[in-house]
Design a protein around this ligand. Structure first.
Ligand SMILES: Nc1ncnc2c1ncn2[C@@H]1O[C@H](COP(=O)(O)OP(=O)(O)OP(=O)(O)O)[C@@H](O)[C@H]1O
Ligand SMILES: [Mg+2]
Length: 347
């Protein structure tokens, strides 16, 4: 398949489902996840802890631990640099390995676990560049230094010879970004790349990633808890709840008028952000409000909508069957049988 056409998404995920073997039985951690990311665009994936954001990212990269006996289904059609369209979920392991760290970059949730403590940061970047871009040792080290300069690590010439433990958390995160970007990926999957950092450094790093993205036309899947970050940096947003996408839309549409009751609940926590986007949802509350209730167990999920037990609008039909993710005007998709009435009532 050849798809060198800007109308074709860089990544098109259809019906991604992932389950794991556990002592208590097989659990479905991600189900029926579909989304597209176009060249140069950022899709933010949001949702509370345990909703399946990291499992989605790791499934796309093919990086689940063998011991978890992950079963991954669906399609993830990725347009390679040469225009060829491949299904990431069905590629042989050797082909996946050739893409990872090269056309497919990833920044993990825990930076310390993905940096090698016994290699200098320069050697780590150089190793990846040597492997994927075929540079010799000297050229690779020079490239590593340039990458450290690009992510604004001060005194990069000296730092290139330091080990991860010699750097602060913020510097290590920059190294992770340099490493992920060293081979000029066309798609970057960034799982909470800045959550562990203080807000000033977080803002600097996000601005930097945005700049690099503009220069390279890279697409990005950006996992975050932070809706303020989404509002500022993403083009589109997909909201996950209990392993499924419950709503996805261009970012300004979602903030201006959230349709799914769960999205409404999330945004009620953030009146300031909603107001920036002109949302009717811009209430006066400044305190974060928790949505009452608990997520149901993935081992024995009830048959209906997973959010129904916590939904103030739930009615009997909601518990009958899982709603499908349906188009709700324009590019918005919503998984809720009552959203039309709910939206009207709220207006
Ligand atoms: N290897 C595994 N084996 C069994 N269950 C797993 C495995 N990895 C993840 N899970 C489960 O899958 C669900 C989704 O987890 P995931 O890590 O994707 O959440 P998340 O949205 O990234 O949360 P957070 O915001 O805390 O990072 C959770 O219930 C988690 O316990
Ligand atoms: Mg996670």
């Amino acid at each position: 398949m050849n798809a060198n056409n800007s109308a074709v998404p860089r990544l098109e995920v259809r019906g991604l489902s992932t389950s794991f073997a556990t002592d208590a039985g097989r659990i479905q951690s991600v189900a029926d996840v579909s989304f597209s990311i176009h060249p140069g665009q950022t899709l933010a994936l949001v949702g509370e802890s345990g909703s399946g954001k990291s499992v989605t990212s790791l499934s796309l990269m093919g990086l689940h631990a063998k011991t978890s006996q992950a079963q991954v289904q669906g399609e993830a059609l990725f347009v390679k640099r040469d225009g060829q369209r491949v299904d990431l979920l069905k590629l042989p392991e050797a082909d996946k390995r050739a893409l990872r760290g090269n056309e497919l970059g990833m920044i993990f949730q825990e930076p310390m676990t993905s940096l090698n403590p016994v290699l200098t940061i320069g050697e780590q970047i150089a190793e990846s560049v040597r492997l994927h871009l075929g540079l010799d040792r000297k050229a690779a080290l020079a490239h590593a230094q340039r990458m450290l300069e690009l992510v604004e690590i001060p005194a990069a010439r000296q730092r290139v010879h330091e080990y991860p433990h010699q750097l602060s958390g913020g510097m290590r995160q920059r190294v992770m970004i340099a490493l992920a970007m060293a081979c000029n990926p066309t798609l970057l999957i960034a799982d909470e790349p800045t959550t562990a950092l203080d807000v000033t450094i977080q803002a600097q790093i996000l601005a930097l990633m945005g700049r690099l993205q503009k220069e390279t036309g890279m697409s990005m899947l950006f996992v975050t808890h932070n809706l303020g970050v989404v509002a500022q940096y993403a083009d589109a947003v997909a909201v996950m709840y209990a392993g499924r996408i419950v709503e996805s839309a261009p970012v300004h549409e979602l903030f201006a008028a959230p349709a799914h009751p769960y999205t409404r609940g999330l945004l009620a926590c953030l009146p300031g952000v909603a107001r920036q986007h002109g949302g009717a949802h811009a209430g006066g509350r400044r305190q974060l409000v928790a949505i009452p209730g608990q997520v149901s167990s993935p081992l024995a999920p009830p048959p209906g909508c997973a959010f129904a037990p916590r939904c103030q609008y739930a009615r009997a039909e909601c518990n009958a069957a899982m709603p499908s993710l349906d188009r709700a005007g324009g590019e918005r998709m919503v998984r809720c049988i009552g959203f039309t009435e709910i939206t009207k009532e709220a207006a």
